[in-house]
Design a protein around this ligand. Structure first.
Ligand code: BG6
Ligand code: MG
Length: 233
């Protein structure tokens, strides 16, 4: 335990990589709504609890899991068409997004990181990530955007975050990842990074530290990360 405390205090955070859906904006509700519409069109329902297990999961993999939940089999060609249909519905929902949908505290926190010279990246499974960042007006904060079109392996594989760290020129041990999905937390930890879970402790227990959101949080959180990880584990 003391070794861990010592190691944590030695570490310097040089970059932060943010997940998008559920961390910067609450798009999880739009994904849920579009998937539910698709499930209903196929004759079965899809619950919010089931949706929880799909957070951080790519579009095609999510579809596969939903079809399994509904006991429905589809050919590869049909699955591609169904995923496109879901995405069209999702795009209709996010079309109206603007800066009012940025989650509380995010923008001041990004400003704080910039002021301290900490690099900022995005690591999202979503192929719509660049569109969403544009819609809410946050694109210019991000030095690199690794989205679902740049990866071949989904979370919990660390690829998305490792590519982000590489693009930022920062070693994984100096990177702090913010994630709301258990699979994303696993990905960050598998990549050798620190991870703050955004949500509930019971769900995100594998993160180094968990907080409900960014409201009132500033870069002083780095101090807290060092001490909390050392004393809690
Ligand atoms: C993740 C979401 O960020 O992106 C998942 O948590 C979603 O729910 C995945 O399925 C892929 O998103 P998209 O926009 O490429 O369909
Ligand atoms: Mg997420």
């Amino acid at each position: 335990m003391y070794n861990q405390m010592f190691r944590m205090r030695e570490v310097e955070i040089r970059a932060c990589i943010f997940d998008l859906d559920g961390v910067i904006v609450d798009t999880a509700k739009y994904h849920f709504s579009a998937w539910r519409r698709l499930a209903n069109s196929l004759g079965f329902d899809f619950t919010e609890a089931q949706n929880e297990t799909l957070k951080g999961v790519s579009r095609m993999k999510s579809l596969e899991l939903i079809l399994e939940m509904g006991g429905v089999e589809k050919s590869e060609e049909e699955r591609i068409a169904l995923a496109a249909k879901k995405n069209d519905w999702y795009l209709e929902l996010i079309n109206e997004m603007d800066e009012s949908e940025i989650l509380p505290g995010i923008q001041p926190f990004l400003d704080g990181l910039q002021a301290e010279g900490i690099k900022i990246g995005l690591g999202s499974a979503s192929k719509n990530a660049p569109t969403i960042l544009d819609k809410v007006g946050l694109t210019s904060y991000f030095e690199t955007i690794i989205d679902g079109s740049k990866t071949t392996k989904g979370k919990p594989h660390p690829q998305v975050f490792l590519l982000g760290a590489e693009a930022l020129g920062v070693s994984p041990e100096n990177v702090l990842v913010f994630e709301d999905a258990p699979k994303g937390v696993e990905a960050a930890k598998a990549g050798g990074m620190f991870c703050i879970g955004i949500g509930e402790q019971e769900v995100l227990g594998k993160a180094d530290y968990v907080m409900p959101g960014f409201d009132g949080v500033d870069t002083g959180i780095f101090e807290k990360l060092s001490t909390t990880v050392g004393t809690d584990k």
